[in-house]
Ligand binder design. Structure first.
Ligand SMILES: [Zn+2]
Length: 299
């Protein structure tokens, strides 16, 4: 049995209903409490690190070092840049990268996470594992001079890679498999004032999730989560908490094929441990002809 976790960044619980995306209304679903430490609104790397560790951002430490650059000068600049609008941040990032040759990475927790067991696997998860994938999405969001069609194509292409990985894992039976998908966040920021375009992106998200649900084996379970929602200009409630369009709302989402969902992002790790079963079996060692690989110059 595999418990598959889809981390759908910024999927907004109210917009799932507003757009009537039935594929996302899993047997148990609803709004989930989330956390914020670094800013007044929930922030992606620290919130996902909380989901995976069960720790408040104060205790897992990702918040104050979200973008760590190899070069200390760039590290200082990037902290300052956290408060700039995205396009200005992108320009500063490009300047810093070309001037110093230094690349930023997304900080990762040192604490234990829900993916640590050997029969569990994570592909990419902000604040926990392989931030390069989130960077790829941010690079598409910040790309200057692109057309709307190019943005849609490339951000959906990235999502397709992540959903494809998730579907493949169902054939391999890990106990827990998790992947972060930035598609709802990227399209939410792009279309926070364009209801029809964001509706289409939510429809597409629903189609991707429906493909996963169709691929679930009899014993497999699915957990869909978000870290926050998105403030848009055609919907408002108290969970916008004073943010303007394009800000992060507090309407995080949780949906599952089980009978319950985590009530708070801080409960996710415990919920996953309760619902996962161990997939440990006799380990048959991998065997490959090393000499042949050497002949080919691969090693
Ligand atoms: Zn996020």
């Amino acid at each position: 049995m595999t418990l598959l976790i889809l981390a759908l960044d910024a999927l907004d619980a109210a917009l799932v209903d507003d757009f009537g995306i039935d594929a996302l209304r899993l047997p148990a679903h609803g709004q989930m409490e989330t956390v914020a430490e670094m800013r007044d609104e929930p922030y992606t790397p620290e919130a996902w690190a909380s989901a995976a560790t069960g720790l408040h951002p104060r205790d897992h430490g990702v918040s104050m070092k979200t973008s760590e650059w190899e070069n200390p000068l760039v590290n200082f600049l990037s902290r300052f840049a956290g408060y700039l609008p995205m396009s200005a941040r992108a320009r500063l990032g490009n300047v810093a990268e070309s001037a110093t040759g230094s690349e930023y990475t997304i900080a990762e927790v040192e604490s234990a996470t829900m993916f640590d067991d050997e029969d569990r696997i994570v592909h990419n998860w902000p604040g926990v594992h392989n931030g390069a994938e989130l960077k790829r999405a941010w690079d598409v969001m910040w790309r200057e001079g692109q057309t709307d069609a190019e943005f849609r194509r490339d951000i959906a292409g990235l999502a397709a890679e992540q959903f494809g990985w998730a579907r493949e894992m169902l054939r391999h039976g890990p106990s827990v498999a998790g992947v972060h998908i930035h598609y709802p966040d990227a399209t939410g920021h792009a279309y926070c004032e364009d209801r029809e375009s964001l509706r289409r992106a939510y429809e597409r998200t629903g189609e991707f999730v429906a493909e996963i649900v169709a691929a679930l084996g009899e014993d497999d379970e699915l957990l869909v989560l978000s870290d926050h929602g998105m403030v848009v200009d055609w919907y408002a409630d108290a969970e916008d908490r004073g943010m303007e369009s394009g800000g992060h709302s507090w309407r995080a989402f949780a949906g599952s094929t089980c009978e319950s969902v985590p009530e708070s992002i801080l409960d996710v790790r415990e919920w996953v441990d309760e619902h996962a079963t161990s997939a440990r079996s006799d380990r048959e060692e991998f065997d490959i002809d090393e000499e042949r690989l050497r002949d080919l110059g691969y090693i």
